[in-house]
Design a protein around this ligand. Structure first.
Ligand code: ADP
Length: 336
């Protein structure tokens, strides 16, 4: 029995939730190219963790290391409580991996792919067939179960890939850029699947280039930049780390705009759009005093919007890379 003062396995004082994944000082180079340069991670069990970074940042390399497909040059990591180096086979038994290295065989049907997977996991035939059928149903593929997988759309192939991964009942799932190249509808379906998995207690480690995807889906986000984690935390924690909040005043008449520019020295100008931006934390009190002040100065904008920092601001502040365009517009999105 641990005493109140003795540390529990996999629990650091700063992290009350048990960890599904921990990493400390992971390094990996290919020849002269340093890909990971000391990566530290902490992923609480039963959560969605997004590793965010532009193309070539090293996301897939991190997934390959954590899923034992390649070895790190240095550092330590545990997955599902098992040490990556000394307990690789236990790690492999506890995880599922899907992504750019898809296991789907296009020549055979969706059901046959599933049954093959059940055989690989040594499930008895009747149980294998039952599991395959249930998972195809859950991933909305029953209607296509008898068709060769090569006839599936991109979204269907990803779903089949995930269904195949789930045959082994993994506790930790790695999804490497699961929605890259998918249309908005398939992307949303996949987000729902991820949420369902986590509701069942599975830990999902996903990589993405999409800020919006990380923001909508992840409990915690790590931004990978120059081989290191530039920032790590909840989406809100990351947004609070950087300034970027402002009030945006839009004018329709150039004369009114010029008048406001002359009065509002603190504002940032966007002359082409007749827009002025005033830095603001967005609190009610601050908003009221700015409105009073605009009234007193006789400035009347045609539109006033309050902008709180979003992940774009965070990403720009932390990296010099341009993010991938958002996959969908917000009004297409159902509330989380
Ligand atoms: P991401 O998944 O973020 O796009 P990757 O992990 O795939 O990034 O790649 C990071 C960098 O490592 C890239 O510059 C890539 O070319 C390089 N790289 C990845 N795998 C290998 C390999 N097996 N041999 C040589 N270079 C590699």
């Amino acid at each position: 029995m641990p005493t109140p003062n003795s540390p529990l396995p996999n629990q650091g004082g700063a992290h009350p939730a048990p960890a599904a994944i921990t990493a400390a000082g992971l390094k990996k180079s290919y020849g002269d190219k340093v890909v990971l340069d000391g990566v530290d991670l902490h992923v609480p069990a039963g959560s969605v963790f997004a590793l965010l970074g532009p193309n070539g940042a090293g996301k897939t390399t991190a997934v390959k290391i954590l899923s034992t497909l390649v070895t790190a040059d240095a550092g330590r990591a545990t997955v599902a409580g098992h040490d990556l180096t000394s307990d690789g086979h236990r790690v492999r038994a506890a995880i599922g991996v899907t992504g750019q290295f898809s296991a789907v065989d296009g020549l055979i049907t969706g059901l046959e792919n599933m049954l093959l997977m059940a055989d690989l996991h040594h499930l008895p035939r009747p149980q294998g067939r039952r599991t395959a059928t249930e998972l195809l149903e859950r991933l909305d593929l029953t209607h296509a179960a008898g068709r060769p997988a090569s006839t599936y759309s991109g979204g269907m192939k990803r779903r089949l890939d995930i269904a195949m991964t789930l045959v082994g009942n993994p506790r930790v799932i790695f999804l490497d850029e699961p929605t890259t190249g998918l249309d908005p509808r398939s992307r949303h379906t996949l987000w729902e699947i991820v949420r369902d998995l986590v509701a069942d207690g599975v830990t999902v480690f996903l990589t993405t280039q999409y800020l919006e995807e990380a923001d909508r889906l992840a409990d915690r986000i790590a931004v990978l930049h120059n081989g290191q984690i530039a920032a790590q935390g909840t989406p809100d924690q990351l947004k609070r780390q950087i300034p970027g909040g402002h009030i945006r005043l839009r004018f329709t008449h150039p004369d009114t705009y010029r008048n406001a520019v002359a009065t509002l020295q603190v504002a940032t100008r966007e002359d082409e759009d007749l827009v002025l931006r005033i830095p603001s934390g967005g609190s009610q009190r601050e908003l009221r005093s700015i409105l009073d002040w605009l009234d007193a100065a006789g400035i009347e904008a045609d539109e006033l919007t309050v902008h709180t920092p979003d992940l774009d601001d965070v990403f720009f502040a932390l990296t010099d890379s341009a993010p991938a365009p958002a996959p969908t517009t917000r009004n297409q999105e159902s509330a989380r």
